[in-house]
Design a binder for this molecule. Structure first.
Ligand code: KIV
Length: 279
């Protein structure tokens, strides 16, 4: 079921009206078209594609060309959804000029509605310049996968009074720089709640508890498709991997037994094939 496509303005409207919404990832046309048939409002072409689609151990090796390549079919497959292009590591940390050049590429070449980048107060000047250049920017703080090695891996952030306060100040700095919303990943629920109350722009939580404006999950996690690991915050709303393995096994079984294909799945037109003699 597809409703009217959300706009940047709607993000704030939803928060102001206390109306929650949901956002998931997609990296290909078929998945995007399935999400387009659902009630989920927002799609992220995340750099998580490095792990989910390409089998990397982290998001760090993902390139801008990778994300652009995956974002184009998603934009095509989900015309009724708000689509975010994720800026990968190395595409916005060299200089402000390069960040603008790369963000321009993301928006122009894919047709996505905004870009997302990771980082707190240290990214404020870059975000300000991007917004001034006419690009819609979504922030991402808390557990930021691109720089996870600097805090010892994929760990919950904001677990001390000082680090919790720092996260909220980061959110305020992003808001002042002009982001229209902020993804907050892997933080204690009380920290996300305090942030949601102190910051005007919508807070989009992934592993951030219930008191945020929107819930975010990776599609392959929530549908039970990705098999390498399952973070604590992931609820599996379906078990598609098991169903896919079941279907594949049935295809294999019916192939070796000769049960497949029946005439229903064959082209049954009679053709009088001339014989070739002496060939
Ligand atoms: O790349 C991604 O999937 C993300 C989400 C975890 C928010 O950034």
């Amino acid at each position: 079921m597809a409703g009217k496509k959300m706009t940047v303005i709607d993000f704030q409207k939803y928060k102001d009206e206390g109306k929650k919404f949901s956002f998931v990832t997609a990296y290909d046309y078929t998945t995007a078209s399935i999400i387009n048939d659902s009630d989920v409002e927002v799609i992220l072409v995340g750099d998580s594609l490095g792990m989910i689609m390409l089998g990397y151990d982290s998001t760090v090796p993902v390139t801008l060309d990778d994300v652009i390549h995956h974002a184009k079919p998603v934009v095509k497959g989900a015309p009724d959804k708000f689509i975010i292009g994720d800026m990968p590591f190395g595409s916005y940390n060299v200089s402000i000029e390069e960040a603008i050049r790369n963000a321009n590429r993301m928006v122009k070449e894919t047709g996505c509605d905004c870009i997302k980048l990771e980082g707190g107060v240290e990214m404020a000047d870059t975000i300000r310049a991007l917004v001034k250049a006419g690009i819609n920017v979504m922030g991402h703080i808390g557990m930021t996968p691109q720089t996870a090695t600097s805090f010892g891996g994929f760990k919950v952030q904001g677990g001390t009074p000082e680090s919790a306060r720092k996260l909220i100040e980061d959110a305020k700095a992003l808001q002042d720089a002009g982001v229209f919303s902020i993804v907050v990943e892997c933080v204690p629920s009380v920290v996300a709640k305090a942030m949601q109350e102190e910051v005007r722009v919508p807070i989009l939580g992934i592993g951030a508890g219930p008191d945020v404006d929107c819930q975010v999950l990776v599609t392959q996690d929530l549908l039970g498709m990705y098999g390498d690991f399952k973070p604590k915050f992931v609820k599996q709303f379906a078990h598609i991997r098991e169903e896919m393995v079941r279907g594949l096994n049935q295809f294999h079984e019916e192939t070796i037994s000769g049960e497949f294909p029946t005439p229903e799945f064959s082209f049954n037109k009679a053709v009088d094939i001339p014989k070739v003699y002496g060939g």
